[in-house]
Design a protein around this ligand. Structure first.
Ligand code: PLP
Ligand code: ZN
Length: 433
């Protein structure tokens, strides 16, 4: 395993951790899989599905050979992350107009988001190197995840969160795990720059989204989907794009699976951004060479509120490798799509629902056919943003299409009966589309 700069090609050792190359380029982890026997690995991964108490019970470390083969097992800090559900939904098919839609619920991770898939690997690497202080900048989920793993490792965490437009649920969760939360004036992007400058002085192991070990861990999401579907992936994989680490990991995981012959076809990837924070989509759709950072990003999907996504070069490569596309969707579409995903019983936070909103748009533009199979990656849990739930269902100003009001009525047969008559049939509403 080697750490290689994606810009200048310089190689670095994983024991002398460089989060970024001296030239400013991002670091990529390069494995040598040439001696692997795919059938043997399939067998090993299958056997590990019945593990309970070993590190291999984790849905990330099950694939250790493809993620971090050299790491001693004693260094692994795990909460049996991954192992999340894969669902099909009739209601979502109706809403999006595509017959076969899967939901991969990374929202079912221990801290409630896909950040756990990567964080277990970053904190394990930090522990292996002897670090006791971990830091990140975050719109919230990265910090909850780091707070959780640092506490499991009996280490401390320092997280920098913007003082506005983030979900209080995530901040409270982080503090409750014991994370030291710094609420900063400024944006996510300001926090990233601060940590890059001073983490050496503070002795922090940085767990920001470009940490290449996080990317390795997040590859497990697509490994797990492929394994659950007997190594046959759907035609399309749809993922939200904020800092673009998840899209990067998805593409890298697909390349691994294809190179090792686990799969014989690479699905197309669609990266969905929220309109108010869509610099990557702007760059791709306008055919620009470099990204123009958005200085004042705003979307209600707070996990996507990122104006200068650090991993844009890696994500662009994913589009090239997968014949992929980008889409931007409005907050209104995101929140309506979220209401539908919540109604399926699976549920997610706003950012995750951008996937279904994007799918609906791609279907109506005939980019995706009704008979193609599609998988949406749900990144965060339904309870991660209770403010959004409140505003949508009980708020006065927003007029969500699938609002589900609380019905106040006296406890009498007649009153409850007439209140029941006001309940709208969601299936009827869906048919309009
Ligand atoms: C972090 C996050 C995203 C964005 O992922 P990136 O890797 O930053 O593109 C989307 N949804 C949720 C719930 C997140 O926590
Ligand atoms: Zn370099």
């Amino acid at each position: 395993m080697k750490l290689v700069c994606i810009d200048c090609g310089q190689e670095m050792s994983s024991d002398d951790f460089k989060y970024q190359c001296s030239c400013g380029g991002l670091v990529d982890i390069v494995h040598d899989f040439s001696h692997y026997d795919t059938d043997h690995l399939k067998h090993v991964f299958h056997e590990r599905l019945s593990e309970r108490m070993s590190v291999f019970a984790s849905g990330v470390w099950r694939y250790k050979e493809l993620i971090y083969p050299d790491l001693p097992v004693e260094s692994i800090v795990t909460k049996y992350e991954g192992n999340t559900g894969l669902y099909r939904s009739e209601m979502l098919s109706k809403y999006t107009g595509v017959r076969k839609v899967y939901l991969k619920a990374q929202s079912e991770n221990p801290s409630g988001s896909f950040k756990d898939n990567g964080m277990t690997v970053a904190v394990s690497h930090g522990k292996h190197l002897g670090y006791e202080k971990y830091a990140c900048t975050s719109t919230g989920n990265t910090s909850s995840s780091l707070g959780m793993y640092a506490s499991i490792a009996n280490a401390s965490s320092y997280v920098f969160v913007p003082d506005k437009e983030i979900s209080i649920n995530k901040v409270l969760q982080t503090a409750a795990y014991g994370g030291n939360v710094f609420s900063i004036p400024g944006t996510y992007d300001d926090g990233i720059r601060f940590l890059e400058k001073y983490s050496g002085d503070f002795g922090f192991y940085i767990c920001n989204s470009i940490n290449p070990f996080r990317i390795e861990g997040q590859k497990s999401i697509i490994y797990e989907i492929a394994q659950y579907l007997d190594w046959k992936l759907p035609d399309w994989i749809i993922v939200p794009g904020g800092a673009l680490s998840n899209a990067t990991a998805l593409g890298k995981g697909l390349r691994d699976l294809y190179a090792l012959n686990f799969i014989d076809k690479i699905p197309r990837v669609a990266i969905i951004q929220a309109e108010g924070a869509s610099p990557f989509h702007q760059m791709i759709s306008k055919n620009k060479e470099t990204i123009d950072p958005e200085p004042f990003p705003y979307t209600r999907a707070s996990a996507l509120n990122i104006g200068n996504p650090p991993s844009w070069k890696k994500a662009r490569k994913v589009l090239e490798d997968t014949n992929g596309i980008t889409v931007s969707v409005t907050d209104e579409d995101i929140l309506d799509a979220k209401a539908i995903i919540d109604r399926t019983g699976v549920g997610c936070e706003p950012a995750s629902a951008s996937t279904a909103a994007g799918l609906r748009q791609l279907r109506s533009q005939q980019v995706i056919d009704k008979d193609e199979s599609v998988l949406c990656i749900l990144t965060g849990n339904i309870l991660k943003d209770t403010g959004a739930l409140h505003d949508y269902h009980f708020g006065k100003d927003l007029n969500g299409k699938f609002k589900n009001n609380i019905k106040s009525a006296e406890l009498s047969f007649g009153k409850i009966k007439s209140a029941m008559e006001t309940i709208r049939d969601l299936n009827g509403l869906l048919k309009i589309h």
